[in-house]
Design a protein around this ligand. Structure first.
Ligand SMILES: NC(=O)c1ccc[n+]([C@@H]2O[C@H](COP(=O)([O-])OP(=O)(O)OC[C@H]3O[C@@H](n4cnc5c(N)ncnc54)[C@H](OP(=O)(O)O)[C@@H]3O)[C@@H](O)[C@H]2O)c1
Length: 315
């Protein structure tokens, strides 16, 4: 991979895409291709093919998606399904048409069965039923993996599928409803503090355990994946589509996470858990030993990363 290669980052304004864009710029990659959603809706395959017809793309990172937390997902399964299916169909068809040298497809830990043995290995895919609250999102992502599989194995298109654990970072969607667990809790506690409330109500029992990766650490896993030699991948994966989990090998309860966020925000009120709302899967930390064996490791300490994210909103 050369610094002059043309690299398309789909979803460059999002949590993951913005970290990838920053990392590639910092590392001196000169020809980074980005396009605003207002200019090109990636769900529209015809427009995507037309837009890129005469543009050279060597590598593509698929960080455009409809992503969100448990409430957004469970109350809007249709949109999560359609948006993700349509975006990935457009981008993967474009990759095939333009013979892109390598595509990085981003899945999620939600693709694994609800009762997978933890830490979850890549081999758990499609071995059991899914968590209901986000099953349409998960099924869309699994459809994408299967599409990647046929493109890789039958059409010789080079793709790596990464399955990140829960991602957090500064460029997240800090929304109490639409956000993932960390930004949603931050937003709720910030609001409670602003209003001078004596308590804040959070979803679920607080008991589930979650693994979190900073978006900058995920960006470094993406860059490493772009660089792994094809021959090595073919040997390690026996000429099958490479699927790699990306996590930190660590986890924390939602209760402890909430207390930490309250401490960093300096909210002294009580945290109450609404036990009638859904918890999602109890534990879904990943076994990331495969990508670790390729030489990747997360660098950002969770406590420090979380503190910085909270602090960045106070500045
Ligand atoms: N966040 C997590 O916890 C997490 C965990 C595991 C896996 N992932 C995966 O990582 C990837 C990136 O997630 P993220 O958290 O970075 O999501 P995000 O912050 O919501 O960003 C998504 C990006 O996609 C763009 N986008 C959405 N629909 C589009 C469309 N129709 N046309 C063009 N652009 C569109 C958005 O554009 P705008 O900015 O203009 O809206 C945004 O830039 C996704 O595949 C997700 O499934 C995320």
């Amino acid at each position: 991979m050369k610094k002059s290669d043309n690299i398309f980052i789909a979803g460059h304004k999002g949590l993951v895409g913005s970290s990838v864009l920053k990392l590639l710029k910092d590392k001196g990659y000169k020809n980074l291709i980005v396009v605003d959603r207002k200019k090109l809706d990636l769900r529209d395959t015809k427009k995507v093919l037309k837009y890129f017809k005469n543009k050279k793309i060597d590598y593509m990172i698929m960080a455009a998606a409809k992503a969100g937390g448990i409430i957004a997902n469970s109350s809007n399964q249709k949109d999560f399904f359609l948006n993700n299916i349509e975006i990935q169909n457009s981008l993967l068809q474009m990759a095939l048409k333009k013979k892109i040298k390598r595509t990085i497809y981003l899945g999620t830990s939600c693709i694994y069965p609800k009762f997978s043995k933890t830490p979850i290995k890549e081999e758990s895919l499609l071995t059991g039923s899914l968590e209901k609250t986000n099953q349409c999102y998960a099924i869309a992502k699994i459809a994408g993996i299967k599409f990647c599989e046929t493109l890789y194995e039958d059409y010789d298109l080079d793709i790596i599928c990464l399955m990140p654990t829960n991602v957090y970072g500064e460029n997240d969607t800090f929304d109490a409803i639409d956000g993932h667990v960390i930004p949603a809790i931050i937003k709720k506690i910030e609001n409670a503090k602003k209003k001078g409330n004596k308590f804040v109500k959070l979803l679920g029992t607080g008991k589930p355990l979650r693994e979190f990766i900073h978006s900058d650490d995920l960006a470094s896993a993406i860059l490493l994946s772009l660089k792994i030699k094809k021959k090595i991948l073919e040997k390690k994966f026996n000429n099958k589509l490479p699927i790699l989990n990306v996590g930190t090998q660590d986890h924390i309860s939602i209760k402890k996470l909430s207390s930490l966020i309250a401490k960093y925000i300096n909210f002294r009120g009580k945290i109450i858990f609404d036990k009638n709302s859904p918890d999602g899967t109890f534990k879904k930390n990943l076994d990331s030993s495969k990508i670790i064996r390729f030489g990747w490791s997360p660098k950002i300490n969770f406590y420090e990363g979380l503190r910085q994210v909270v602090q960045s909103r106070m500045n």
